[in-house]
Design a protein around this ligand. Structure first.
Ligand code: FAD
Length: 385
């Protein structure tokens, strides 16, 4: 095992928190520095596929704790603009092969559960990282309050605009800005609108929408596309958003209408291929800091959790720290480059830009044989698709 007693982590999102949990379970002392002074007030959610849920289970999340942060996806129903079925994916069946459920999860509840599991005393709210300093064989995070936090290793889990990546490793990333904004939220949805265990997506010509249960009566949703809001468009009120979804299946407007206006979140999405180098001798990047994946892949958080599992295993297996960090990048960069490529391809398939493509896709997809549906579901839930 590489000789590490203390790890300083920049960023308290999914990367920082899951790394904090997995490392502390190995007996390593961690300190997590989060710039924000509280968790995001407006809740959003995401889908976490079985391979990543399995990692959370390995780090102590039992079924009770999982059920407190989200709900299992049993089937994923994909329809077109007119609510005509395109694909029905057997997510539960495919997930069983991975040994864990796939879930829609409330991001804030997941973060709270992770902080609780690590120990709140290790999580520093309002602690902004402004740089990284090498000091006589040790390494430190330089903090905005003028302090320094020393350790044997620094993890850069500080997201898409990572200071650790840009400053400490001198790496920049060519980020592609998505043409569309993504709007999301958590609705108090009438249970008659969506059967329990269902995740539903509308793959329209000019908009893509998704909704799935994260708890009793609470469903997380997202929508984006050129008929909804371009990246530079001004903020939309809920009524304006409802006008823009008027031609889409009823569940879209019902979900948005069931979300308090001040709880609707708009995100400007950026993504790009990973930087060349994710590490030096005592610094390593994880999650979005290392790879900001296309929203059409829907795998950013899952890949982040997988990063942590690989890194912690390698730190345990290798005696030399620099060797473990180099091996980590070697193991992960192929996977995330493949996922980014798939995401870029998915954009065309999920929101075809012209009528002929849209019609052809619908005709092909609505006749997909059961074995192919299983193969697609298995690819998503195992992270290998
Ligand atoms: C609309 C949308 C939908 C998504 N849906 C899915 C999905 O269904 N499935 C999936 O797997 N992924 C999904 N993702 C991707 C997923 O959200 C990200 O990949 C994941 O959150 C990355 O985690 P992270 O910890 O690396 O980064 P972040 O979540 O961005 O966390 C970084 C943290 O670092 C903090 N920070 C930044 N700078 C500093 C600093 N200088 N000092 C201290 N702290 C700092 C930030 O405040 C933040 O808390 C989605 C993303 C978006 C935008």
């Amino acid at each position: 095992m590489a000789k590490i007693e203390k790890v300083q982590i920049a960023g308290g999102g999914i990367a920082g928190l899951t790394a904090g949990l997995a490392l502390s379970r190995q007996g390593i002392d961690v300190e997590i520095h989060e710039r924000a002074d509280h968790l995001q007030g407006r809740a959003t959610g995401f889908s976490i596929w079985a391979f990543a849920i399995k990692r959370l289970m390995e780090w102590g999340f039992d079924r009770e704790r999982l059920d407190a942060i989200g709900q299992e996806i049993v089937e994923s129903h994909i329809v077109d603009d007119q609510d005509r079925p395109l694909l029905t994916l057997p997510i539960h069946e495919a997930s069983t092969e991975s040994g864990a459920p796939s879930m829609d999860v409330d991001r804030r509840l997941l973060q709270e559960a992770l902080i609780e599991a690590i120990g709140p005393e290790r999580y520093r709210f309002g602690s902004e990282v402004v740089g990284v300093q090498h000091d006589d064989g040790r390494i430190a995070l330089a903090l905005a309050d003028g302090g320094c936090a020393f350790g044997d290793l620094v993890l850069g889990g500080d997201g898409i605009h990572s200071i650790v990546r840009d400053q400490a490793l001198g790496q920049s990333v060519d980020l592609k800005r998505s043409r569309y904004a993504v709007i999301e939220g958590i609705a108090d949805l009438d249970p008659d609108r969506l059967p329990a265990g269902h995740h539903k997506q509308v793959w329209g010509r000019k908009a893509r929408f998704g909704v799935g249960w994260v708890g009793e009566g609470r469903a997380r949703w997202f929508i984006g596309g050129r008929s909804i809001a371009l990246a530079d468009d001004p903020e939309l009120s809920r009524d304006e958003l409802l006008e823009r979804v008027a031609g889409l299946p009823e569940i879209v407007a019902a979900t948005i209408a069931a979300t308090p206006e001040d709880q609707i979140v708009r995100t400007d999405v950026r993504h790009g291929y990973p930087p060349k180098r994710w590490h030096d001798d005592r610094v390593v990047l994880l999650g979005d800091a290392a790879h900001t994946l296309s929203p059409f892949a829907g795998m950013g958080a899952c890949s982040t959790i997988e990063d942590v599992a690989h890194l912690v295993r390698l730190l345990g297996e290798r005696d030399d720290l620099a060797d473990a960090l180099a091996a980590f990048q070697g193991e992960r960069e192929g996977d995330v480059t493949r996922i980014e490529k798939t995401g870029r391809r998915n954009e065309l398939m999920m929101m075809p830009s012209n009528g002929l493509l849209y019609w052809t896709r619908n005709a092909l997809f609505s006749h997909t044989p059961d074995e192919k549906l299983m193969e697609i579901a298995a690819g998503m839930t195992s992270g290998e698709g």
